[in-house]
Design a protein around this ligand. Structure first.
Ligand SMILES: NC(=O)c1ccc[n+]([C@@H]2O[C@H](COP(=O)([O-])OP(=O)(O)OC[C@H]3O[C@@H](n4cnc5c(N)ncnc54)[C@H](OP(=O)(O)O)[C@@H]3O)[C@@H](O)[C@H]2O)c1
Length: 308
């Protein structure tokens, strides 16, 4: 089958090649998916993904672990899915991803595709949706009437987080660049701070019960000013960038794992019209390098999608 791969752990996007690879096969309790659309994260090749849990080094990586497609085969012991089913899911980050014609995924990491979405929009949901859900509700304990600040509200994770927080009845303050202001307003963001256009975190000092950071760097380090005493600061970036000037707030960093039940819940919210996944651009699989490069350069809202 054709796939995008990298064989070089230090090359980043420059190491990606479009090539023939061994056919993916469904193993024990796995599903083989004919990929219709694959979601990528521009800096995923920088994550610590070259060493598997068992400790052995991966020789090559197929990126893009968010997938929407059609079940082509089921492995031994796989229950709940049949050939022809339309599914979406998040593959384990330490396995080959979906930037390929086919991908094998553990069935427990899949759910039925939202019926109201095409595959392109469904592929924008798994990592972004699961990460946003975990940040807001599992770690952030967000409740109706609270105020949440979402850094990067126009991005893939942030755009889902903004919609879910609005749905949960929170006051939503979004931050990001000026180009995302209009998008954020349409997602339910009540107040938006364009950090590249003169607006500052200090403008909403002391108002937040929860901060969800998808940007990191100075935005994260400067976030202690936002929180009320007892508030929660969550980042999906680097814990090393947490502010050190507050001991009356909780600080949480996490890495999202696949979760079938939450995928099913996200699909329900999508089909009820609560959540609208944002797709910034769609590239052919063979042009993955351009897709990664373009998204990394900034200005592409929501998720970048590849299609075989
Ligand atoms: N821990 C986890 O489990 C987990 C899960 C998913 C993602 N992540 C990480 O989280 C980050 C966000 O992921 P994503 O897919 O949502 O990326 P994304 O789509 O690029 O979203 C980031 C958003 O923040 C904006 N932004 C970036 N730097 C900014 C700055 N200095 N000031 C203001 N706005 C800024 C971006 O605008 P521009 O597009 O204009 O730059 C974009 O709208 C990535 O680094 C990703 O690797 C971690």
């Amino acid at each position: 089958m054709k796939a995008i791969r990298t064989h070089d752990s230090s090359a980043g996007i420059a190491g990606l090649v479009y090539e023939d690879v061994p056919d993916a096969k469904a193993g024990l309790c796995e599903v083989l998916i004919k990929v219709v659309a694959c979601g990528i994260t521009h800096n995923e090749l920088d994550w610590p993904i070259w060493t598997c849990r068992a400790g052995h080094r991966r020789e090559a990586i197929i990126p893009g672990n968010e997938v929407s497609g059609v079940v082509a085969a089921v492995g031994f012991g796989t229950a709940g899915f049949a050939i022809g089913d339309e599914v979406y899911g998040l593959n384990d980050q330490l396995r080959d991803g979906a930037a390929a014609e086919f991908v094998a995924i553990e069935a427990r990491n899949l759910a039925r595709k939202p019926v109201s979405l095409d595959h392109i929009h469904a592929a924008a949901v798994p990592r972004a949706g699961l990460t946003a859900w975990k940040a807001l509700f599992d770690h952030g304990k967000l409740e109706k009437g609270q105020t949440v600040v979402i850094h990067g509200a126009g991005g893939a994770v942030g755009s889902v987080a903004a919609q879910l927080a609005h749905w949960a009845g929170a006051e939503v303050i979004g931050t990001g660049r000026e180009h995302s202001r209009e998008l954020a307003a349409g997602l339910g963001v009540d107040r938006y701070l364009a950090l590249d256009n003169g607006e500052k975190l200090e403008d909403v000092a002391g108002q937040a019960d929860l901060v969800v950071d998808t940007v990191g760097g100075e935005v994260l380090t400067g976030s202690s000013v936002l929180l009320r005493p007892g508030g929660i600061l969550i980042t999906i970036k680097a814990a090393s960038e947490f502010p050190t000037d507050r001991d009356d707030i909780a600080k949480i960093v996490f890495v999202q794992l696949p979760n079938r039940d939450q995928l099913a819940e996200l699909a329900r919210l999508i089909d009820e019209g609560v959540l609208k996944p944002q797709v910034g651009a769609v590239y052919p699989l063979a042009e993955a390098t351009a897709a990664f490069t373009t998204k990394a350069a900034g200005g592409v809202p929501g998720r970048m999608i590849l299609q075989p």
